[in-house]
Design a binder for this molecule. Structure first.
Ligand SMILES: [Zn+2]
Length: 184
């Protein structure tokens, strides 16, 4: 699948499966020095060709003004790690679950090792401090939760990033609902 088509495909899935509302969240992919990233204000479930920008990872360009406000976080992750894909969502249940935690850990099985020891970091949206905190955590974990905000999933491919961020929201939702259901 072409990169643009993958953006459209996974953007739709993220919204459809409730991991983010249409106007929040962003997707990027690195190919050599070429960074594909969704535009600011783009609707993730209705991405058109003009919503997927192409930037140089190493140089500033005028197109950056149209890029997602989280561009600095994506850039920093690529600088610090060898991952080629990043998906960022505002996953509601994961955000609720991580509110008072410094890490999330789900001991499911060896099948999903990326759900063990997921760091929870803080930082203002779009800030260099957030970029620094997420990228540092991304060196050790393919999933990083930002407190009161959302999740960054980084992986070799968009498919793998999607699988991880989707699995995390599923288990967070299950945990939150079980806590409500069995509380009494
Ligand atoms: Zn965000």
């Amino acid at each position: 699948m072409r990169i643009e088509d993958q953006f459209v495909f996974y953007g739709k899935k993220c919204v459809k499966e409730g991991m983010t509302t249409s106007f929040f969240g962003n997707i990027s992919f690195l190919q050599g020095d070429l960074l594909y990233i969704t535009a600011s204000g783009a609707m993730l479930d209705d991405l058109g060709r003009n919503d997927i920008l192409q930037l140089n990872i190493k140089k500033e360009s005028p197109a950056e003004k149209r890029a997602s406000s989280e561009l600095c976080v994506h850039r920093k992750i690529y600088e610090r790690t060898s991952f080629k894909s990043v998906i960022h969502t505002h996953s509601l249940y994961t955000v609720i679950l991580s509110k008072y935690k410094s890490q999330l850990s789900f001991q499911l099985s060896e099948v999903l090792p990326f759900l063990e020891n997921i760091p929870v970091v803080e930082g203002r949206s779009g800030s260099m401090q957030l970029a620094e905190n997420v990228a540092t955590a991304a060196e050790k974990s393919t999933l990083v939760v930002v407190k009161e905000h959302g999740v960054f999933a980084q992986a070799p491919s968009l498919k793998e990033a999607y699988v991880r961020i989707s699995a995390l929201e599923y288990i967070s939702k299950k945990t939150v609902l079980e806590q409500i259901y069995y509380r009494g």
